[in-house]
Design a protein around this ligand. Sequence first.
Ligand SMILES: Cc1cc2nc3c(=O)[nH]c(=O)nc-3n(C[C@H](O)[C@H](O)[C@H](O)COP(=O)(O)OP(=O)(O)OC[C@H]3O[C@@H](n4cnc5c(N)ncnc54)[C@H](O)[C@@H]3O)c2cc1C
Length: 353
Amino acid sequence: MPQLPFLIVGQGLAGSLVALSLLQRGAAVTVVDDGAADAPSRVTPGLATPIAGPRLTFPPSGADSTNGSWRRYRELEHQLGRPLLTAHQILHAAGSREELAQFQKRKRDPIFARWLGDQFSAGAHDGLLADPWGGFEIQGGQVNVPALLETAADMLRERGALRQGRVEPTGLAIEDGRVTWQGERYREVVFCDGPAGAANPWLTGVGLQCVPGEVLTVRPAVPVPRHIYHGRAGYLAPQPGQHGLFRLGATYGTPNTAAQATEAGREGLLSQLPRLLSRPPRMAVVDHLAGTRPATPQRCPVLGRIPGRPAAVLNGMGARAMLQAPYLAECLAAHLVEDAPLPDGVLAPAEPA
Ligand SMILES: Cc1cc2nc3c(=O)[nH]c(=O)nc-3n(C[C@H](O)[C@H](O)[C@H](O)COP(=O)(O)OP(=O)(O)OC[C@H]3O[C@@H](n4cnc5c(N)ncnc54)[C@H](O)[C@@H]3O)c2cc1C
């Protein structure tokens, strides 16, 4: 008898990648998405930053997750026949002498060194980066998230496995260890519902927080080399597939407040520019978006089965989803289908309150 499908709630970055990983393991899926325009996966510029922060750390799920995610994008590009991840030099302006010392320490550690390039002195790179302390290169990249979501949606649609609509968590029932939704039975439900998960009664044990952010799409008045310029004042990154356009980001709002594109956010991002670029060209604002980062107080993603229920979750990847989501989706699929152990560096969902 054919296996029941998994019901995946959400077709953002997490839901798309979990669906692709489950399909690859021969499982059936039904993915349902309500198309929220402010879903972070529809707002993010997709910076894949392997090492970040003043201590220069990997994303919370660690080096394996970073390496595994990078590899997974390359596999998916091969499988789906579409470029998804563009490698980019991230030109990072150091914020202090201590940060440069930390860079030199990391360069001596092979686990970090593969993601780090050269140190540069102040004013290198045509003097465009505002880098009074100098800086260093991070071997990062940029994920074309719209292309990934669109390609996954096409593949799911072809199989009749994508539905538009909302899964009301209170409308899910458990019968004989299976999940029923709208009269149909599913093997398990997998919540990849992003910030909406904060109000999901199945996920009360997770403690999700929502951190709003704004980002601008800008067109510089003179050509700017297509690097990712990065510093404590934010970043300017090329818009994938859009020549002459860049994303300027991002703000961090008060947790658990609504995401809105505000005048203050726009002005704040534009007024930070001289701290990021020493000779910022005039920028025409082409677009202004706001979205919410789903995060946890521990700053770790949440991954695994919800105790006592035929239900699982991938959520809480915060501001560093790009180099966590593909690996964690693979781990979750292997866990659900093959009973593989879950990786370190993630939180297990607690029982709903
Ligand atoms: C301004 C901004 C900039 C960012 N920049 C970066 C960056 O550069 N690099 C990086 O790594 N990360 C970045 N992030 C974070 C990253 O975008 C998110 O962590 C990631 O996209 C979350 O993906 P997700 O699939 O978990 O959630 P989502 O993108 O929210 O996807 C969830 C999907 O589920 C749907 N859904 C929710 N509930 C239901 C329901 N009940 N029924 C049906 N459908 C439902 C939603 O419509 C949505 O499509 C940024 C976020 C923001 C807001």
